[in-house]
Design a protein around this ligand. Structure first.
Ligand code: AMP
Length: 308
């Protein structure tokens, strides 16, 4: 089934305790699209870059089957730039620079060929832009998932609430869930947030896995303990891409299939952090992903009656 992704396509500069990069390719939309393309074969992106964005990366997107007709290239303008520095624990980071550039006046264009998409992933962007995309789709997709961040909770809560009221799945981290709901307990937070609109809530807990809430059901997926974590940038977006890509490919939005989609997203995110930026995502194969999913299954699987 057809999947449309909206999100930043960017340059990032990253510092971690293991090293530092100059400008490399990043952006929430980039990580989501690369990740979901492992599952979803009809995958379309809506975003904007400047004419400083390398054609070689656009070629990589195209080779992955990502439809770029909704990616605007603004002549004489600069691509969004973000820079961050991770603390020693690799879980927390400081944003050093955010240069909105082309994102400042981003007016999403939806090509006619994108209309009728069944799945929509709203990557982290201004909640107004996210809502504009929903409003410009002639037919409401079967499933709308969305990501957001503390930045929008801080400065655009009213807009965020209007967008939240229109989506089915919200994917955020534990800190954002607490900030958005005003509740410390994630169980209480999940009720408050779901009352704002999304029937499904996924709370990511970094190296401690992820929780899925729906109705009275809760599912917990672990994160794989990894030997090397070089750069967590984009792990959340890669998770979201794997999740929505899996759902779109299987065209099944039952709770049980969402559990599988979360494991697919977790497996892809576990690769993302092993190298800087998108590097690892561009190296792996379907076989690598399947093997990693098997590792997740054996990590979390147990039987109270098993004797050997
Ligand atoms: P994550 O590590 O999953 O939070 O995503 C990191 C990506 O989000 C980076 O590649 C950035 O380019 C992008 N990003 C950071 N801040 C913003 C923002 N305000 N709007 C859109 N994208 C952003």
């Amino acid at each position: 089934m057809s999947l449309v992704t909206v999100g930043s396509v960017a340059f990032d500069a990253i510092e971690t305790p293991f090293g530092k990069t100059d400008k490399i390719i990043g952006g929430a939309g980039t990580f989501i699209a690369l990740s979901s393309s492992f599952y979803s074969k009809t995958q379309k992106i809506i975003s904007v870059v400047g004419d400083d964005f390398p054609q070689s990366m656009l070629d990589v997107f195209a080779a992955k089957g990502i439809d770029l007709s909704g990616l605007q290239i603004k002549k004489g303008e600069k691509t969004f730039f973000w820079s961050g520095r991770y603390h020693n624990d690799m879980n927390s980071r400081d944003t050093l620079i955010t240069e909105l550039n082309v994102l400042e006046h981003f007016d999403p264009i939806i090509p006619a060929s994108y209309q009728g998409a069944e799945y929509l992933m709203l990557g982290n962007l201004s909640p107004q832009v996210q809502r504009t995309v929903i409003e410009r789709l002639e037919k409401r997709p079967k499933l709308i998932a969305m990501d957001t961040m503390n930045f929008w909770i801080d400065i655009a809560m009213d807009e965020l609430k209007k967008t939240l009221a229109l989506v089915d799945v919200l994917i955020i981290n534990d800190e954002e869930a607490r900030q958005l709901s005003g509740e410390y307990s994630l169980k209480k937070a999940s009720k408050v947030i779901r009352a704002m609109g999304p029937k499904y809530l996924i709370i990511k807990k970094g190296e401690h896995g992820a929780l899925l809430f729906h109705g009275e059901n809760t599912f917990f997926a672990p994160a794989l303990p990894l030997e090397d974590v070089f750069d967590p940038t984009g792990a959340g977006d890669t998770f979201a891409g794997g999740f929505i890509g899996y759902l779109a490919a299987s065209d099944d939005i039952s709770f049980i299939n969402m559990k599988r989609a979360i494991i697919a997203g977790s497996a892809l995110a576990s690769f993302c952090v092993e190298k800087f930026g998108t590097e690892k995502l561009l190296e792996i194969s379907h076989k690598d992903i399947e093997e990693r999913i098997d590792e997740f299954i054996s990590l979390a699987n147990f039987d109270m009656l098993q004797t050997a």
